[in-house]
Ligand binder design. Structure first.
Ligand SMILES: CC(C)(COP(=O)(O)OP(=O)(O)OC[C@H]1O[C@@H](n2cnc3c(N)ncnc32)[C@H](O)[C@@H]1OP(=O)(O)O)[C@@H](O)C(=O)NCCC(=O)NCCS
Length: 319
């Protein structure tokens, strides 16, 4: 019998699969991981995703078992073909994520099994499945159920190389993921503009803090604290910036810095001490076209770049 078997995920794979997934998450975001229970539930659906997830009509998790271990695993999604699905996703299929153990350090351990053949067998099975589904678009990514881990992060060169070997190409769209220690964020005591007030309300991607001048909203930030099953290291709490925007007429006057300072106070009360933020790499430099100021702002606010992640992997379908 072949030492590599590609087959659907079984419940008994759950611990090894979680270790494999968390090894990939840990290389991107420090100290964030998913629990076994949360991973299992995310194989069935993504409760927090209200736009794209309801379009999924089939889900399939495949593993490549090699010498008694889960050497590689992939989660496949098929999207419905009806009108409520956006044209890009309609009747499309996706490798939502694919992870496998990278090449081992042969110099130190001659017994380490190379998982690449298992990964090659697995991705071939994934492509066959997408073709069996008859989807009109074949996509791939690395959207793990761990905050901040999506696309193909630069730390996953082995996954990137595998996607390329299987005929997927990257459309050039990349994003930056940042992290900050909430303690390090500036917290100016006084508002930067006379009469500037803050209002807290329910937001779309977290609790919303709005900056008001004379009753008008001139900027807002939304911060979401993760609490849905992540396994947190060292009892630290994580949150992310869901939205951040200041009206064009009010920019470069310290409004966003002040809002983030208010958000930092709020997060400290919740014992959330790390904050993730995201920016588009396609954004221009500080003076160039397309500059929205986000990257420069995050750098000035003492965020550290964690990763550059490549989104938009597509494989040409051959009818
Ligand atoms: C990014 C953004 C939130 C910054 O808001 P802001 O209130 O102007 O930021 P601040 O005044 O607090 O800036 C603090 C520091 O960040 C840096 N910074 C902010 N915007 C910058 C820009 N456009 N270019 C260079 N540096 C910038 C500067 O160091 C600045 O300090 P300085 O003005 O003393 O030099 C704002 O530009 C924005 O809303 N951009 C659009 C973002 C977007 O597209 N969001 C999605 C939909 S709205």
């Amino acid at each position: 019998m072949s030492p590599i078997e590609v087959r659907p995920f079984r419940r008994s794979d759950r611990d090894q699969l979680t270790v494999l997934v968390n090894a990939h998450a840990a290389a991107v975001v420090p100290g964030l991981a998913v629990s076994v229970a949360a991973l299992l539930s995310r194989l069935e659906r993504q409760p927090g995703e209200s736009i794209v997830d309801p379009w999924v009509s089939e889900r399939l998790t495949l593993v490549a078992q090699q010498h008694e271990r889960v050497a590689a695993a992939a989660h496949l999604l098929r999207y419905a073909a009806d009108e409520r699905v956006s044209p890009q996703y309609r009747n499309a299929g996706q490798i939502g994520w694919l992870v496998f153990w990278p090449e081992g350090p042969r110099i130190s351990s001659p017994y380490w099994t190379d998982a690449r053949p298992a990964a090659d067998r697995l991705i071939a099975a994934c492509v066959r499945q997408l073709e069996d589904w008859g989807v009109v678009g074949q996509y791939a990514g690395g959207d793990l159920p761990v905050p901040g881990v999506y696309g193909v992060p630069e730390q996953w060169q082995h996954v990137r190389a595998l996607y390329e070997r299987a005929g997927f190409t990257h459309d050039g769209h990349s994003e930056l993921v940042y992290a900050a220690d909430v303690e390090d964020l500036r917290r100016p005591a006084d508002p930067p503009l006379p009469g500037l007030a803050v209002r807290r309300s329910v937001g779309l991607n977290g609790t919303r803090l709005s900056a008001l001048v004379g009753g008008d909203v001139v900027g807002y930030v939304e911060v979401e604290i993760f609490d849905d099953g992540e396994r947190l290291a060292r009892h630290s709490g994580w949150a992310d910036i869901g939205n951040l925007c200041v009206a064009a007429d009010y920019r470069r006057r310290g409004v966003a810095t002040w809002l983030l300072g208010r958000a930092a106070e709020w997060l400290r009360l919740a014992h959330a001490d790390r904050l993730l933020a995201y920016a588009d790499l396609a954004e221009g430099d500080e003076t160039g076209p397309g500059n929205t100021g986000e990257r420069a702002f995050l750098q000035a606010a003492r965020f550290t770049e964690l990763t550059r992640t490549a989104r938009g992997w597509t494989r040409l379908c051959h009818p």
